[in-house]
Design a protein around this ligand. Sequence first.
Ligand code: NDP
Ligand code: GDR
Length: 362
Amino acid sequence: MDQGSSRRVALITGATGQDGAYLSELLLSKGYFVHAVKRRSSSFNTGRIDHLVQDPHDRNQRFVLHYGDMTDSTNLIRIVQQTQPHEIYNLAAQSHVQVSFETAEYTANADAVGALRLLEAIRILGLEKHSRFYQASTSELYGKVQEVPQSETTPFYPRSPYAAAKLYAYWIVVNYREAYGMHASNGILFNHESPLRGETFVTRKITRAVAAIKLGLQDKLYLGNLDAKRDWGHAREYVRGMWLMLQQDEPDDYVLATGETTEVRAFVQQAFEEVGVMIEWSGSGVAEQGRDCKTGRVLVEVDPRYFRPTEVDLLIGDPSKAARKLGWTHETKWRDLCAEMVHHDLVAIKSEQRVNVGRDTL
Ligand code: NDP
Ligand code: GDR
């Protein structure tokens, strides 16, 4: 494995996820040698990065996959030791908020202690001054609304095992920066979506369902809290912000967001409009329904199983520090993002043999 002496070398955990795929593409386009960590799985889990995988016999190979897991410190130490990365992007996490209520201990292990393991690997190997570190922190840290818009100075109030685990990760990054002089930064990223978004997050669940309903493959879309408001941006633009954070002379923490917030209900409406269906709402709470204005057919229903024990009602970020210091801004508006996802899913679902409607759709 010849990394080339002058080439920048990056290590990405969570490379098989939405952000990992976009970040891998970005770094490869910038000439980096990219080491990507993937978990062992009994089924293929590299669908988002298959187009980047190269023949290991190719002498010009610049994208290398490593088996790894955030719960295995010896494995992480070995990967960091072998790859000697200039930049480490810690994107791996059990990232589903509702699932974290079911798998709280595992989520803490992977998301909180996992970040610590990686930081310790850097320290054990004496790479504090060699490896810069990015931590995938989240707007879920803000949780219960304290102030809006939320910025780097807004107090945290986590509302889920996921957010509590990410809170630990946030602070351990700050602590290792201050204690050991590491170039370690937190990106406090608000929700970002794309056609690569996991199918159980609300935007993708909606766009896939709208496409499947349009194609006559699904009857209805069942959702939880339609009142929740999120600040949705495009994932491709957010990974650029991650990279910019590690190019700064000094490490710091930054919010990446659009500054606009939208109800889940409005996203549903917009997604249906993309396929020519206007939704009319009636009822409230668990009795709320969305009907096709023309036919009266019920297309959206509320199912309380998707309600969370504690909810984050409103997220809207203030990205002005990132704009000022990194020169980062978002470009894609949420309606265009929604359109891109619906049109992607219309094509994708046509090529699937069946839609896994009965599958876990949290
Ligand atoms: P995804 O859920 O799409 O990807 C998560 C990645 O982590 C996958 O590659 C997954 O592997 C991997 N992973 C999960 N558990 C482990 C583990 N124990 N060991 C090693 N790898 C593991 O998330 P996103 O790409 O959307 O998000 C990336 C990061 O950013 C996450 O940490 C998330 O919490 C955080 N974040 C995301 C935001 C968003 O809106 N997308 C906003 C703010 C923060 P596999 O493919 O095998 O499941
Ligand atoms: P979130 O994303 O919890 O914000 O975490 P998600 O898309 O899961 O939920 C957004 C909002 O939609 C409401 N909702 C539903 N959510 C899901 N998943 N399924 C439903 O059926 C449904 N109905 C309503 C939710 O209650 C919530 O209010 C995402 C993840 O990517 C985290 O890893 C990341 O840290 C944050 O974004 C920022």
